[in-house]
Design a protein around this ligand. Structure first.
Ligand code: PLP
Length: 367
């Protein structure tokens, strides 16, 4: 018999599910009561665990959103029955998609025909799909000049039903790009109306993500797709922090002046210096590009720099500003007291990448 493994460890990712639900409630309170909410739980639920989040919020949302079919199957395996939109259904598991009633995003004619063929084989009719329009992202979706052909195909089949029409904004967070965003919104309203007009029935139209909801609320249409804001990243001070990454000091030492620190001897201390070691490294998602003072961590309410290179399982930090530090003292990488945004800024990236880069080996604790 194998022994239960105790994964307790100084480094823990804490997820405040109450805060997540409060954030969802807050977004909801700023929308029209009739507007549906799709909660994005792609990429392991932004690094948190899509199954646990979905269980927690399934009764408060109308839809869940994932990138790939297997992510949705994991949710169905956990008995989650909420409608799920698949952004990238691909072609390998269409039978699963159909059998588990997952709703695919359809973004080109080949893909549309593929799903129609599969549905015909299984004798299905009126299967729900969401048409994706490319209004300016230049990624996935139908362009305006492809709509006439699309409508022809749609009108010629009973196999599918257009449950939704949607598009994605490229720069909803950037006020210098608002003219472009408004163009995307106008294009979306125009083309979605044209499709509804031709097919002769109403669909669920949706275009806003978190930044869109926060800045272009008037365009909420029938549904919004909420991700980052629910996970606690926003400039709105009503949004509560959800994710906290903490660790503890496991070694303290004073190194002599002119010593090199860590791998490659990439950094030297200029004077006798107090250093601490924390058991978290690049294998945990603390990028090596934070080495040599680029990155900081929060200790006793002060930001202290990383010294030398981040290694696989450990990082060395400078304690000279906080000489009373003891082994076992808590270090916050990001969370309530040090925003994910500020950590992302040091890494020259965005909170999305920070959250989804937290390695799966880090123990997640849900409160
Ligand atoms: C990830 C994603 C969202 C959610 O975006 P947030 O900025 O996290 O709110 C919405 N729509 C699509 C198509 C996405 O891929």
């Amino acid at each position: 018999m194998s022994k239960q493994i105790n994964r307790n460890h100084e480094t823990i990712l804490t997820i405040d599910l109450k805060a997540l639900k409060n954030n969802l409630k807050y977004f909801k309170s700023n929308l029209k009561p009739s507007t549906k909410i799709l909660a994005m739980v792609k990429a392991f639920g932004y690094g948190i665990n899509h199954t646990i989040i979905s269980k927690e919020i399934e009764n408060q949302v109308d839809y869940l959103g994932v990138a790939f079919i297997y992510e949705a199957l994991e949710l169905r395996n956990a008995e989650i029955k909420t409608p799920i939109l698949i952004m990238n259904p691909g072609k390998y598991s269409l039978e699963d998609l159909i059998n588990y009633e997952l709703e695919p995003s359809i973004f080109n004619v080949e893909q549309l025909n593929q799903i129609i063929n599969n549905l015909n084989k299984l004798n299905k009719t009126e299967f729900p799909i969401h048409i994706k329009l490319d209004t300016g992202m230049q990624r996935l979706g139908f362009y305006e000049d492809e709509i006439v052909d699309l409508i022809k195909t749609l009108k010629n089949t009973k196999t599918i039903k257009v449950k939704g029409i949607f598009s994605h904004l490229a720069a909803a967070d950037d006020f210098t790009q608002d003219d472009f965003t408004q163009e995307q919104l106008n294009k979306f309203n125009k083309i979605s109306a044209q499709i509804e007009n031709e097919i002769g029935y109403n669909t669920t139209k949706h275009i806003l993500n978190t930044h869109g909801i926060e800045r272009f609320s008037i365009e909420q249409n029938d549904m919004v797709r909420l991700g980052l804001g629910m996970y606690g990243v926003s400039n709105d001070n009503k949004i509560e922090n959800v994710v906290t990454l903490k660790t503890k000091i496991t070694q303290i030492k004073t190194v002599k002046f002119k010593s090199s620190v860590g791998y490659g001897r990439s950094e030297y201390v200029e004077e006798s210096t107090l250093l601490g070691v924390i058991p978290i490294g690049y294998a945990d998602g603390i990028s090596r590009s934070l080495s040599n003072g680029v990155g900081h961590v929060l200790l006793h309410n002060q930001l202290v720099p990383i010294v030398g290179r981040v290694s696989m399982d450990m990082t060395i930090i400078n304690l000279s500003k906080i000489p009373h530090t003891k082994i076992g003292d808590t270090v916050e990488i990001f969370g309530k007291n040090r925003t994910i945004q500020s950590f992302a800024d040091e890494l020259n990236t965005i909170p999305y990448e920070v959250l989804t880069s937290i390695s799966h080996r880090i123990l997640r604790k849900y409160i």
